[in-house]
Design a protein around this ligand. Structure first.
Ligand SMILES: NC(=O)c1ccc[n+]([C@@H]2O[C@H](COP(=O)([O-])OP(=O)(O)OC[C@H]3O[C@@H](n4cnc5c(N)ncnc54)[C@H](O)[C@@H]3O)[C@@H](O)[C@H]2O)c1
Length: 229
């Protein structure tokens, strides 16, 4: 399998790349380094199964070669970053997601969107069941991230319903339990995952705590590959 990972030089994307390579797959990483760093990938220099394209996915991306799945992780994620980069955050959630869905559609391959519980805005109930649609503020400063992800989820579902693209949406919540975790390879986090159910649907009510070693299942299912261990 040859998997395209956007945001490959970021915190989550770089670990995703490692996992897929360790499982024997080939990976094409894409990143424009707006918040990521080559340091997260430099250990892969010379790895034949890994290739890298420096590119802003808010612009169209044309690939000559066949790929088997798109995992769209590109987006500023921390409040510090997206408050500093409001336009880029909105663009990557909207245009970036549109472009990557176009790639998935043209190659007839599965697409996975890394989303966030921020799509609920400032929720009034915890935990949020699937029937809860959120308590959002599109004109507040954090709206640039929340609304970008809401648009990203909406267009992902539209491509699924209208074009029949196989899609998955995974809201990821990362809780850093050690300081400096973003700069160390020793991933020391816990993630809340919402398990994707049937094609294109997400059941937020089955939120479970998982350790970082287990969460790759969802991206793997999206790309229809066996889970890296
Ligand atoms: N880390 C979290 O707590 C968390 C929580 C919920 C959702 N997410 C989602 O997971 C994904 C990854 O988060 P992360 O923590 O690894 O963030 P990160 O900032 O470490 O990584 C994001 C990567 O995307 C790249 N990028 C941003 N815009 C781009 C563009 N236009 N073109 C190409 N590359 C671009 C950045 O350079 C960076 O390498 C994001 O989509 C984020 O919204 C993260």
């Amino acid at each position: 399998m040859r998997i395209l990972v956007t945001g490959a030089a970021g915190f989550l994307g770089s670990h995703l790349v490692d996992r897929f390579l360790a499982a024997g797959h080939r990976v094409v990483g894409v990143d424009n380094f707006i918040t990521g760093s080559w340091r997260n990938l430099e250990h892969l220099e010379g790895t034949e199964e890994f290739s890298f394209i420096e590119h802003d996915v808010s612009r169209p991306l044309f690939l000559a070669d066949r790929i088997d799945g798109v995992l769209h992780f590109a987006s500023p994620a921390s409040p510090v970053d997206y408050l500093e980069l409001p336009i880029q955050t909105l663009k990557v959630g909207s245009l970036g997601t549109y472009n990557m869905l176009g790639l998935a559609k043209s190659q007839r391959i599965p697409f996975l969107l890394a989303s966030t519980s921020e799509v609920y805005g400032d929720p009034q109930i915890h935990p949020q069941p699937e029937s809860y649609w959120g308590h959002v503020n599109p004109i507040g400063p954090r709206g640039v991230y929340d609304e970008a992800k809401r648009f990203a989820e909406a267009i992902t579902m539209a491509y699924h319903r209208y074009h029949g693209v196989e899609t998955r949406i995974v809201p990821v919540g990362v809780f850093v339990v050690a300081t400096g975790v973003r700069s160390t390879r020793a991933l020391c986090t816990k993630l809340i995952l919402t398990r994707p159910t049937s094609m294109g649907r997400v059941d937020r009510s089955v939120t479970t705590w998982k350790t970082c070693t287990a969460w790759w299942d969802a991206p793997c299912r999206a790309a229809a590959v066996s889970s890296p261990t």
